[in-house]
Design a protein around this ligand. Structure first.
Ligand code: GLC
Ligand code: CA
Length: 569
């Protein structure tokens, strides 16, 4: 049912001031929950009982329990960091590891449990570090191995985990392996890369157009042959068919596991092997991933997330749920939400997340994101419409999966305009921390210009503003924290008679939550879910929607672009 005015049974009380999103003032914890439940609402269903207040758990203790068990990665909130743009510590304008270490408390206060660092190894940075020239060291621009160890220890001391980005499909042309391989056709590493006399090979049908550029084959005058690359010409693909190469890249993972990292994001892992039979996730790649998993399992509580190479089901990355990846990124949501939220139908999201819940093996965890270093900023993809990316973030934090927040998303960071490496730099501008010199990011000249409106999007300003995006993210992350239902609980989508309302239940052994998302940005809607069978009345924890239990049915009312999270048990 669609209404432009107030839905029936839900007239504003006389004199009541319409409230902005309640999320802005919710900080979690028992006291906040009680205060929220008692606070007057702008719109109260006339004939319904007062909201219940469920007994609140000690969420900090619950979070500690959930985040220290073997399923820790399913309960954690990850935060993707481009070290170059987070915090500079030495005035050279380039973010670095000591700078990041100095900001751990700030990230912890936001609600971050784990960090994924984009590549931090030595690299000519022709692809922002995804062109590694030494797998066992730290980029000098970022610091030293001692700085890395200090970061690791500081993170662990705060109960935070640390993931590195491993780029094993290709190296930089500057890597000594390639420098040796290119020398001639007989050197010990002659076939560590994929060479050919012609720009193509029948056993390598992949390409011919790489992700960047026009040909997947580039002529090397030193060796007098062409080499294969899926990405920039300065990123030659390793030849994993050579068992020495497979052993060497596995050894890279072993090296960092020994240095105490908690896991990895594996860059384009599906592309490791190619053959006449296929270019992505062929059986040899699967076997390699299984070796990786065996290696990780030899250490305690490690996990890994795959960057898939296609849209659609990520099931092939999970194997039986125990022998391949713990997580894989959800490209469909990550790249598609902007369009989905521009429409007003709830069905695509309901279908998408229900399909994943059915498709993935037990224990597998979807990795949900709304922005990354590869795509335009969420702000841009939502056309600057705050309610759009905020609802997308609510779905990200409450659908089954582990959320990966891209740095600056919590600030609604704007796109940059300067391009140093390539167009993706627009989403890689530095964090403005506070008004003043270099916005608190650097005392020098930043390596790339800040995005638009740093006076509005700096951390200090947003922290002081209860209606800011930062405040919204804090409440979202605190809502998820210590609530088992959101990390590992079941999903039940509740169809309503209004196609614009997305309504779903997340349930753990002893708690049940309902999430409502209004897909229509222009009108209020009321929908009835006839077979809802909610176990109790609704206590609203976040948002501006209303949920009323009516026998076995549930009636939900959502303002334009509204949302709500309710506890019902
Ligand atoms: C992945 C990375 C991207 C990089 C590419 C090549 O897609 O996310 O940034 O350019 O791999 O390594
Ligand atoms: Ca620096």
């Amino acid at each position: 049912m669609r209404t432009r005015a107030h839905p029936p049974g839900c007239e504003p009380r006389r004199g009541a001031v319409p409230r902005p999103l309640r999320a802005h003032s919710f900080r979690g914890g028992p006291l906040a929950a009680v205060l929220l439940a008692l606070a007057p609402a702008a719109c109260t269903p006339s004939a319904s009982a007062p909201e219940p207040v469920y007994e609140e758990k000690d969420r900090a203790a619950e979070a500690a329990r959930l985040l220290s068990g073997p399923d820790w990665f399913r309960h954690a909130v990850f935060y993707e960091v481009y070290v170059r743009s987070l915090q500079d510590s030495n005035g050279d304008g380039i973010g670095d590891l000591p700078g990041l270490t100095s900001r751990l408390d700030a990230l912890k206060a936001l609600g971050v449990d784990a960090l994924w660092l984009m590549p931090i190894m030595p690299s000519p940075f022709a692809d922002s570090g995804y062109d590694v020239s030494d797998y066992r060291a730290i980029s000098p621009e970022y610091g030293t191995m001692a700085d890395f160890e200090a970061l690791r220890d500081a993170a662990h001391a705060r109960g935070m985990r640390l993931f590195l980005d491993l780029v094993l499909n290709h190296t930089s042309v500057e890597h000594p392996w390639f420098q040796e391989s290119r020398l001639d056709r007989t050197n010990p590493r002659a076939d560590w890369y994929l060479w050919s006399d012609t720009p193509g090979r029948p056993d390598l049908p992949c390409g011919p157009v790489p992700t960047f550029g026009t040909s997947a084959w580039t002529w090397d005058p030193v060796r007098g042959q062409y080499y294969f690359h899926r990405f920039y010409p300065s990123q030659p693909d390793l030849n994993h068919w050579n068992p020495d190469v497979a052993d060497a890249t596995l050894d890279v993972a072993r090296f960092w596991l020994g240095r105490g990292v908690d896991g990895f994001r594996f860059d384009v892992i599906g592309l490791l092997y190619e053959s006449a039979a296929g270019c992505s996730m062929i059986p040899e790649t699967v076997a390699y991933i299984q070796r990786l998993r065996t290696l990780l399992d030899a250490y305690r509580d490690r996990a890994m997330v795959a960057e898939p190479t296609w849209f659609g089901s990520t099931a092939p990355f999970y194997g039986d749920g125990r022998d391949m990846f713990h997580m894989a990124f959800d490209f469909d949501y990550g790249l598609g939400w902007g369009l989905t939220f521009a429409e007003s139908s709830a069905q695509p999201l309901a279908d998408h997340f229900s399909a994943i819940a059915q498709d993935l093996p037990p224990g597998a965890q979807n990795a949900i994101y709304i922005g990354s270093h590869d795509v335009p900023r969420a702000f841009e993809r939502a056309n600057g419409i705050a309610s759009r990316w905020r609802r997308a973030a609510l779905v990200q934090m409450t659908m089954p999966g582990t959320p990966f927040v891209y740095y600056g998303e919590e600030l609604a960071l704007r796109s940059g305009t300067q391009v140093v490496v390539d167009a993706r730099d627009r989403a890689r501008a530095p964090v403005p921390w506070a008004p003043g010199v270099g916005w608190g990011f650097t005392t020098g000249q930043p390596w790339i210009a800040f995005g638009a409106e740093p006076e509005r999007t700096n951390v200090e300003a947003e922290k002081a503003d209860p209606s800011s995006n930062y405040a919204f993210y804090r409440s979202l992350l605190s809502l998820r924290r210590g609530r088992e239902a959101f990390g590992t609980g079941s999903l039940r989508v509740l169809p309503t008679d209004d196609p614009s309302i997305l309504l779903y239940v997340r349930e753990s052994a002893d708690e049940t939550y309902v999430v409502a998302v209004g897909m229509d940005e222009g009108a209020s809607h009321t929908g009835v879910a006839s077979g809802a069978n909610l176990p109790g009345d609704a206590q609203r924890l976040l948002g501006d929607a209303r949920l009323v239990r009516d026998g076995t049915a549930a009636r939900v009312t959502v303002p334009p672009a509204g949302m709500g999270v309710f506890r019902v048990r």
